[in-house]
Design a protein. Structure first.
Lengths: 180, 286
């Protein structure tokens, strides 16, 4: 099935999503990689100036440029999700994250957490950085840029018809990455 | 020789490497697109669309613009060898601002980002010499997604070529979808721990679809490619028939008691470009 949805993903759609479904999303997503995950696991929702529960969590360290004081995404494909494996169950639970966007897949620990929280993991084609940047309509906020640098900062991005996102790990515990 | 002119050439080469992939790789991706179905085909469709867009917009095709490695072969009669290192460093810093590239060099002790893709030992430059008066320079910007999947095996010589095959396949299976398949696999066999990894990386410089001149090595390349594509990992690890676009093997003689194997994986965005600098400083990017 192919779905075109606004974020947050409506709960009836989220429940229906199964591996191999394709999703295109419109709304807000935020980037977080290794360093941001390490900081977030020590924080609470009230400590943040944005609401992760209504956004997609995007494993991405974008290439950005600044023009006339505004940030523009030049290339912004996904980063390897498995590096975030040890933190993701904590983040899913604590921040109410319902949609993870990444590439390469995650492990059993995250798989269990997705099942528990009714969330899904979707894959954007790796390396397709310009294609991803084309679907980013606005860079609305950036956090921890000075401290963490461009790839590791949290960037809040507005996206339109962002995809193709293949549902690769669903809320019933199925995963496209599990093979004999 | 005008160093600024040389830097402009290097900048052009880096731009080409980051925004265009060579025709041999595009052809291999198109073949894979015809073979795959479903989610796997969708990945290849997006990859090919991205390649077109990156070239047209002159934007780096992947946000991970990598760590830049330069393979420099200096003609022993080239008159301006002393300029090369500084010109490469300046060109990398300029490319970071002007293309732009993502700043990817981080101090391992403090985790602070250097901001310009320079730093201790970086960019990595490998020097070689040959007769002549020109310089050949090749660059291979390689992201961490694929680089993190590299593996060194110090095998027992008794495990032989069968052991080598097993080590390569196990490394690819363990990597799964993480290095952005369909991958190109560079394999070094022999030498020492450091040399074999270098050979694995050098193997990636050869165009996709080419075979080693030594028929024994060429046969091993064919066998490894077939074994890798039987794993079913497929494009982006979502399952499929094409896990690797190609496998290249380079060998060095080994110590009687050592059988080193170095596996260096390159992502589908197999980015490389080269240039020649002539005796009087004129250059061409290829």
């Amino acid at each position: 099935m192919e779905y075109h949805v606004s974020l947050p993903v409506p709960s009836d759609v989220l429940k229906k999503l199964r591996i191999n479904d394709v999703l295109y999303i419109t709304g807000s997503i935020f980037t977080a990689r290794d360093s941001a995950h390490m900081k977030l696991r020590l924080m609470k929702p009230k400590d943040l100036a944005f609401d992760p529960s209504v956004m997609g969590l995007y494993h991405c360290g974008p290439l950005m440029k600044q023009e006339n004081g505004r940030w523009i995404a030049v290339s912004a494909g996904p980063t390897t999700s498995s590096r975030m494996e040890e933190f993701e169950d904590i983040l899913l639970d604590r921040f109410g994250i319902h949609l993870i966007i990444g590439k390469g897949g995650m492990g059993e620990r995250t798989g269990k957490a997705l099942k528990k929280t009714g969330s899904v993991y979707v894959a954007f084609p790796g390396g397709a950085g310009v294609l991803a940047a084309e679907k980013i309509t606005n860079v609305s906020q950036v956090f921890w840029l000075e401290e963490l640098g461009m790839p590791e900062a949290i960037w809040v991005l507005e996206v339109k018809e962002f995809g193709p996102l293949v549902v690769a790990m669903d809320s019933t515990g199925q995963s496209l990455y599990r093979r004999p | 020789m005008d160093q600024k002119n040389l830097e402009t050439g290097l900048l052009q080469m880096i731009l080409k490497a980051e925004t265009e992939i060579p025709p041999d790789v595009i052809a291999a991706l198109k073949r894979a697109y015809l073979i795959e179905t479903g989610a796997a085909k969708l990945q290849l469709e997006a990859m090919l669309a991205n390649v077109e867009m990156a070239k047209k917009k002159r934007c780096p095709m992947c946000q991970d613009t990598g760590i830049l490695t330069f393979f420099v072969t200096i003609g022993t009669d080239f008159p301006a060898t002393g300029l090369l290192k500084q010109a490469i460093e300046h060109a990398v810093a300029r490319a970071t601002l002007e293309i732009p590239l993502r700043p990817n060099t981080v101090d391992p002790m403090t985790s602070t980002n250097h901001g310009d893709n320079l730093g201790s030992y970086l960019p990595h430059i490998l020097w070689d010499f040959e007769p002549g008066d020109a310089v050949q320079i090749m660059t291979l910007p390689k992201g961490s997604g694929s680089e993190n999947m590299s593996a060194l095996g110090m095998l027992s010589p008794s495990s032989g070529l069968e052991g080598v095959r097993k080590f390569v396949i196990d490394t690819v299976k363990k990597a799964g979808g993480r290095p952005c398949p369909p991958i190109v696999v560079g394999v070094g066999i022999g030498g020492s721990a450091d040399l074999v990894m270098n050979l694995g990386k050098r193997a990636l410089l050869r165009p996709v679809g080419t075979r080693h001149a030594d028929s024994l090595i060429a046969t091993l390349e064919d066998e490894l490619l077939e074994l890798i594509n039987k794993t079913g990992i497929g494009p982006m690890g979502l399952g499929g028939k094409v896990t690797a676009l190609d496998v290249h093997v380079e060998v060095a003689h080994r110590h009687p008691a050592s059988l080193p194997v170095g596996v260096v994986i390159q992502c589908w965005a197999d980015r490389r470009a080269s240039m020649v600098v002539h005796k009087y400083g004129t250059w061409e990017v290829k």
